[in-house]
Design a binder for this molecule. Sequence first.
Ligand code: ATP
Length: 395
Amino acid sequence: AGAGAGNGGTRYDLEKETELRFEVDAGEKVQLELLTGLAEIFGSELNRNKKYTFGPGSKVAVFTWQGCSVSLSGKTEVAYVSKDTPMLLYLNTHAALEQMRRQAERDNERGPRVMVAGPTDVGKSTVCRLLLSYAVRLGRRPTLVELDVGQSGVSVPGTMSALCIERPADVEEGYSVQAPLVYHFGSTSPGTNIKLYNKLTSCLADVFSQRCEVNRKASVGGCIINTCGWVKGSGYQALVHCASAFEVDVVLVLDQERLYNELKRDLPHFVRVVLLPKSGGVVERSKDCRREARDEKIREYFYGFRSASFFPHAFDVRFSDVRIYKIGAPSIPDSCLPLGMSQDDTQLKLVPVTPGRDLTHHVLSVSCADEGEEGAGGGAEGRAGESGVRVHCGD
Ligand code: ATP
């Protein structure tokens, strides 16, 4: 590895079952080209002699099952080849899930519902993407359920969503997001309102199950659920809740034996809980890095990505023409609560918001509910550009 590739790039010759890992510096771009052989990035195959561009902050692994050579040009923060990857274990996991899908097809049952759990920065989203891409490459139609409100792969941060996967994620742009089901949670941490988080998890599970009833391919494809990295206290309870709401068959725990043992203990015996190692390539992301990724996701939602630019326009709406609510009343001391009312009851309450300066730079969503209480549980929104609303209090 490391010889000149002739076009200004560095050539890497990868042996089979190895991967080239690289990170792109802030403010830089890197171009990657597959010269010979076969390679994939997180489960999506690379085309030969096509230049793929990765923007600042990208953290990428080019893996090859058969061996390949690639050329990398531009400024990378790091670039190295690793022989030590858990890809074979991940592939075996995929093979086991595929077996379950075949059986479901034969016996007219439903395919595997899989929850991926683990602490932060263990590669949960990456494993989800890999399993989804492998499934779709075999002609399956699995559903991605994105419960990571901090770093959603589907919509803006603070949302929980489900997306039917019809093709492997684009190497540069990620999932093709068409007609996802998105619920607005409104915060990047489930702890802000855990009751609402669990309620929206149940809503997603219900809609997914309804879809499975009418769509055989979706039912056989099953789902892969990406969860938050909060695995203690209420975060753990939210995982248990998710497992039961979706009636998951398989739980993949990345990197944490403790969580693995707890889930094994607390979930019904027919749920297969599997411990998988994390990849040494997964990069820890700082707070700043996560914030930047979130900002980028919001920018992308309103303005689109390279292949599809949106041109959002601003228009004024009178505060008197809309009603703004938030879900969840602030908690008050138990001693101040009316007799017989518990703190939990307030968490799903719709609270009218008086518009003011403190709404500036908040993202709201448009609720389809006709009247008041119906809106509780977050408005469902589609991809259509008009469903996200950014508030600018004009001067
Ligand atoms: P979160 O804490 O947000 O839930 P996570 O556990 O889902 O994180 P990922 O988002 O999957 O973790 O991975 C973290 C970062 O590491 C991502 O930018 C991803 O592209 C990168 N990454 C994952 N696997 C590899 C690898 N094998 N080589 C290089 N980079 C990788």
